[in-house]
Design a protein around this ligand. Sequence first.
Ligand SMILES: Nc1ncnc2c1ncn2[C@@H]1O[C@H](COP(=O)(O)OP(=O)(O)OP(=O)(O)O)[C@@H](O)[C@H]1O
Ligand SMILES: [Mg+2]
Length: 330
Amino acid sequence: MNQTAVGSISPFTDSSLDTRQFAIHIENLGKRFGRVTAVRNASFSVRPGDVFGLLGPNGAGKTTIIRMVVGLMKADHGSVQVFGFDPIKQRREVLVRSSTILESPALYPRLSGYDNLVAMGYASGLHDRKKVEEVLTIVGMLERAKDRFETYSLGMKQRLCIAASLLTDPQLVILDEPTNGLDAAGMRDVRELIRDLGQQGHTVMLSSHLMNEVQQVCNRVAILQKGVVIAEGTVADLLSAQGVIRIRLQKEELENAQRVLTENGWSEKVSVVGDLLEVSAQAEQGRDLNRLLAGQGIYASEIVAEKRSLEEIYLELTGDTATLESKVQA
Ligand SMILES: Nc1ncnc2c1ncn2[C@@H]1O[C@H](COP(=O)(O)OP(=O)(O)OP(=O)(O)O)[C@@H](O)[C@H]1O
Ligand SMILES: [Mg+2]
């Protein structure tokens, strides 16, 4: 299994790195709760303009990382910077540039959506009803704005919270599992909204345990497993780097073909599955493999390049192979 960071940028060795160029820069971050290591030496960067997915199963450490990014919790070691500022020592600098919605945000249930936003605006020194209407329009909640918050569906509540997070025109919006608990339509609306935010130039970091969500919404991703970042990069790179090429050969040629590829630098990427040779490679490398084998007099009857879904990659990377196998068989 390939667990190296995929397509990751490599700023961590560059001592002249200017971390202000990143919306979020996390380096070697660690956090323990008693015997539980929630986050282990995590490093990744969110660039301005990214819609960045922090992808991991329950308990992977997503919320813990977000809490450290927004200064609600101190790291045991490592560093977090938001636009170059320390979220604890330079809290104000971070707060004026970012807005965060943690799991299950609470607003006043008896106040209307509109009045909730006005109240939140006051709390941030904002007395601008136009702004309240503007953010309600962005999230598509203007029509229901005068209804009490408690009467909203979960999806509407989530959209209202996103509206609240936009009141201060933050450069960076951080959303912890923004589609949790929503039905299919609610999820679709919130995902569209997040994509729109990205297109409008906001930088967004969202956490999710749903790989297809990250694939739909994000341009970059860090995959977390038990507090460890096991892959980081663009979603496109992650998908293309993890392709599989299946080569159909005559049974008696399989071993020979595997040896040829192994001797030519593909040693860790080739395996025999039934009467197929499976090679971890990008789709366009099929020609190279074909040429290599034909050069040794081995002719494939079929070569199929398959791009895998992020879901398969995620399940494999996080070691959830039981689920993966049942999915493949289904
Ligand atoms: N305040 C705390 N005290 C003790 N343990 C904690 C605390 N916060 C988190 N943990 C533990 O740290 C690990 C990571 O938790 P975290 O909430 O960051 O995961 P997560 O990826 O957000 O999960 P989920 O998808 O369920 O929200 C878990 O094992 C959790 O039990
Ligand atoms: Mg969480």
